[in-house]
Design a binder for this molecule. Structure first.
Ligand code: GDP
Length: 434
């Protein structure tokens, strides 16, 4: 999906605009960390375009001086985005800091759209002409807090989206390796690609730095490791911020079919791990949990079970994800990863016949009768799979209001028990049919 980065000096209203454009998105699953609206990176839509929005102001660089901070933000935008949305404020007018931002953008080989924010009423529209002097083309008046003028800006932005490359016929499974800094991602990459009989080639991505790696295993299975360049450090200032590593992970997840979520056996589970895993779940990706550095901890007979229980407890929404304990250092169990990726990818693409689904439903209803409310009982008529990646099943009922979360969860579990969907989320859509 194309990426739009929002840049501008502090207090011009970048986050307000970001939130307006992203809009309200409701989490599908309870007990999941709030990832639907990340402050730095989020999914957005305009007309038929699905894109990603980055608020570079969400980078959170601590107490860096203005110029260091703004330089990092603009650099991030130039490196990651297809279109840059520069924001200024109509209330304060043109400032030297706006000019400083513009100066950093001049060298960029990316389209820039200029929005003048805080133009809350029509009388203020005549004040926007000063901003022509920034040399960024027509300034678009908007009001983030009132939601005015966004349509015109978005129309202009989508004009600059690159033509999506024609879908290639490709048997390779696209996967990404994600996790906090220092969990051992690059060590795992090097261990996998360094294996003697692996045939490896790099693919230039659409942006300068995005390089994916294609490899073929001795068994002839093809894989594309997404954003291998992002895993290897490039020495940019913003790379050291936690928020950036989260953003990079989300972007890699978007481009993958399967996600390997790497945890560090030594440091355990952190909030950031949940945040990123929650994003993968919401995006409907297949997922494997990889616990690395298994060589580095003292173990007895319970250690693995204990760690597994901890993961199941901390990532309740990922109960479908297989867990594998590896060591990039000794190579322990790394050879299982290719087959695991293939297995969860198969389940992610699995189609189950309507007759199988309806047999499962009948059994489920017999075991655990549907709930009723004020004397009205939920009736479940039939189910049919309408999509893959992830498997998406529509369940027709008499009244959607009568379908409670817990009963839906029960039906999902029955479907999972009957059909092997390990490693993939499945989506149930409840529809009314009289
Ligand atoms: P990344 O930031 O996630 O790519 O992490 P790196 O691959 O750079 O690894 C961070 C540190 O952990 C390095 O010092 C590695 O040598 C070390 N490391 C990585 N994998 C393992 C492992 O399986 N066992 C041990 N003991 N150390 C590891």
């Amino acid at each position: 999906a194309p990426i739009v980065a929002v840049v501008g000096r502090p207090n011009v209203g970048k986050s307000t605009l970001f939130n307006r454009i992203v809009g309200d998105r409701i989490a599908i699953v309870e007990d999941m960390p709030g990832v639907t609206r990340d402050r730095l990176y989020a999914r957005a839509e305009w007309l038929n375009f699905d894109f990603r929005l980055i608020d570079t102001g969400g980078l959170e660089m601590g107490n860096a001086p203005f110029l260091t901070e703004i330089r990092a933000q603009v650099e991030l935008a130039i490196d990651e985005a297809d279109v840059i949305l520069m924001v200024v404020s109509g209330r304060e007018g043109l400032t030297a800091d706006d000019q400083a931002v513009a100066n950093l953008l001049y060298g960029a080989d990316k389209p820039v759209v200029l929005a003048v924010n805080k133009v809350d009423n029509p009388e203020m529209r005549s004040d926007i002409y000063d901003f022509y002097s920034l040399g960024m083309g027509d300034p678009y008046p908007v009001s983030g807090s009132h939601g005015i003028g966004l349509g015109d800006v978005l129309d202009e932005i989508v004009k600059h989206f690159p033509d999506e490359a024609a879908e290639q016929d490709d048997d390779a499974v696209r996967f990404s390796i994600i996790g906090r800094p220092n969990v051992g991602k690059s060590s795992i990459v090097n261990a996998i690609l360094g294996e003697d009989r692996m045939i490896v080639s790099n693919i230039e991505g659409t942006t300068r730095d995005a390089i994916d790696t294609r490899f073929i295993t001795p068994d002839g299975d093809e894989f594309v490791m997404v954003d291998t360049a992002g895993i290897r450090k490039r020495g940019k200032v913003y790379e050291n911020t936690e928020r950036y590593s989260v953003m990079r992970a989300m972007k890699a997840i978007d481009e993958s079919q399967v996600v390997l979520m790497v945890l560090d056996a030594k440091t355990g589970i952190r909030e950031q791990d949940k945040h990123v895993a929650g994003y993968a779940h919401e995006a409907g990706k297949a997922l494997v949990i990889v616990v690395n550095k298994w060589d580095a901890i003292e173990k007895d007979t319970h250690t693995m079970t204990d760690f597994e229980n901890l993961i199941r407890d901390e990532f309740k929404f990922l109960d479908y994800a297989p867990i594998v304990f590896v060591s990039a250092k000794t190579g322990q169990r790394l050879d299982r990863l290719p087959d695991l990726i293939l297995a969860v990818n198969d389940n992610h693409q699995k189609r189950v016949s309507s007759s199988t689904l309806n047999d499962v439903l009948m059994d489920a209803l017999a075991t655990n009768p549907a709930p009723s409310d004020n004397g009205r009982r939920l009736r479940v008529y039939y189910a049919t799979q309408v999509a893959i990646e992830p498997p998406t099943i529509v369940v027709f009922v008499n009244d959607v209001e009568l379908m409670h979360f817990s009963y839906q969860r029960f039906l999902e579990n029955q479907i999972r028990a009957a059909c092997d969907f390990s490693g993939t989320p499945i989506k149930l859509i409840i529809r009314q049919r009289k």
